[in-house]
Each structure stands twice: as C-alpha cells, then as structure tokens.
Design a binder for this molecule. Structure first.
Ligand code: NAD
Length: 239
C-alpha cells in the first residue's frame, strides 16, 4: 500500500516505521515546511492518507484529502465539533474515512470494558464516576479525545449523567474529567467509580506510541479499498 503521511511529528514518524516494517511505502510526507506539496500532482500515487497534525488543522486536511478522493485515516483530536460535517461529505460522495480518538488495540478493548462497567453501574447510584487522563506536556487539547470518548460512553449508559466538564463537576449529573500534563507520558486513562465504601478503578496505561501507530496502519490497510465511514470496531472486530 502506498501511503501519504499528513503530519510528520511524533505520531507521523512512528507510523512511518511501522508501515515500512509491514511492507508499505511512504510516497509523500507533508508537514508545515512543504505545505505546497499537499496537491494531487504531488501525492505520487498514494492510496491512503494518514493524518496526525493537531486540532486546528485536522478538519481542513481531511477536506483536502476528500478533494483528492484520497481515503483518510485521521488521528488528530480536538476537532470533533466538525466531525459530523466531514462524515456527511464522506457518505454523500461515497468516499472513505476513519477517525478515532485512539487507534490502539488496548484502548479499544478498554472502551468496551468502560461501556460494560457503566452499564452495570447504572443500577448502583451510590457510586459516582470520574475520569483522569495524563499526557505529555506538548499535547495541545485537554481533555484528551480518548477521555471524551470514555465520558460519552459513560453518559450513554448511566442515566444519572448527562454531560462532562473539565477539572470540575458543577452538578451531580456532570462527569468530572481531570487532565494532567507530565513530561513524556504517552497516555494514561482511568475511569473511577467511588462510593463511601470502596472504589472500582479501570486504567489503560500506554507504554509507548507503538500501539497507536500500529492501529493507524491497520486502519489504513482496512479502509484504503473500501467506501464509507468506518470505526476501529470495524477494523479490530473486538466483540
Ligand atoms: N488518535 C490517536 O490514536 C492519537 C494518538 C496520538 C496522538 N493523537 C493526536 O494526533 C495529533 C498529532 O499528535 P503528535 O503527537 O504526532 O503531535 P506532533 O506535534 O508531534 O506532530 C504534529 C505534526 O503536524 C505538523 N503540522 C502542523 N500543521 C500541519 C499542517 N497544516 N499540515 C501538515 N502538517 C502539519 C507539525 O509541524 C508536527 O510535525 C494530535 O492531535 C494528538 O492529540 C492521536
């Protein structure tokens, strides 16, 4: 598979290593010093784009990929207010995309566990729930897209929760999501249920970016010859 990398930072570089080790070719790499190359004539026959830039640039980059009819895997977080627009265009034009707040197998298993636990906890109102996320200090958005995904799943299952707030919970129907920034942490997420009697805690602690990058490459392998809006559930088939 021939891949164009949009964003050649920490994730772009790790994805390159894993893609090459799986026999793929990186035929174009776009970053801020060569934005002029992000045009159809310079895509060098790329069959899929893998976009990891950041919250401010992701939507425009996804649109640019669609302008070129290039299937796109987007890992950038912090832009999901515009996700419905991107998905609608993808469906309307029969294009191909996958957006995930977290591409790692472990976190996607953790997502399932989170939903299952929340379903159980709906019957036990003596427990309140909060979410902690810790990431490296260069991360631009807070809370993490992964923490928001976890919070939304809990809200979907727990009748007593209707929303989330960053670093506070003004009313009992809000989930407090705490964001911590520390040195070079790739990503730690914890969902905690607390009662007067005990705590029930589930945690995912990423040891490196390798799992995230492998998942993004698996997503590219999955979507590059398909049409539609896909999720990591389609790619990983965890159920
Ligand atoms: N979904 C996931 O699994 C996952 C995992 C890790 C990181 N992320 C997210 O991915 C994004 C990138 O993370 P990172 O750790 O690689 O960040 P990074 O800062 O190391 O890399 C981002 C790169 O994008 C480049 N860039 C900025 N604007 C650009 C543009 N318009 N076009 C092309 N390149 C541009 C920057 O120069 C930089 O090299 C962030 O939003 C982060 O939160 C998602």
């Amino acid at each position: 598979m021939d891949i164009a990398l949009i964003g050649y930072g920490k994730m772009g570089k790790t994805i390159e290593q894993i893609a090459v080790s799986r026999g793929h070719r990186i035929v174009q790499t776009i970053d801020i010093d060569n934005l002029a190359d992000f045009v159809p004539e310079k895509m060098n026959g790329a069959q899929v784009a893998v976009e990891f830039t950041g919250p401010k640039t992701a939507f425009a980059n996804v649109m640019k990929c669609m302008d070129m009819h290039l299937p796109v895997v987007c890992g950038s977080t912090g832009w999901y207010d515009r996700l419905p627009e991107a998905e609608a265009r993808c469906r309307q034009e029969n294009q191909s995309m996958i957006v995930s707040s977290n591409f790692s197998l472990g976190v996607n298993i953790f997502f399932k566990l989170n939903r299952y636990l929340a379903r159980i906890m709906n019957r036990f109102p003596s427990y309140d729930v909060s979410i902690d996320e810790t990431h490296h200090t260069q991360k631009l958005d807070a809370p993490s897209g992964t923490a928001i995904t976890l919070a939304k799943a809990v809200i979907g299952e727990l009748d007593r929760k209707t929303g989330w707030q960053l670093d506070r919970a003004d009313t009992p129907d809000q989930i407090r999501v705490n964001a911590f920034r520390r040195d070079s942490v790739p990503g730690i997420h914890t969902v905690r249920y607390t009662s007067e009697i005990d705590d029930i805690v589930i945690t995912h602690d990423a040891h490196s970016r390798a799992g995230l990058a492998l998942g993004a490459v698996l997503a590219a392998e999955y979507i590059y010859d398909k049409h539609g809006v896909f999720s990591m559930d389609d790619v990983l088939q965890i159920d």
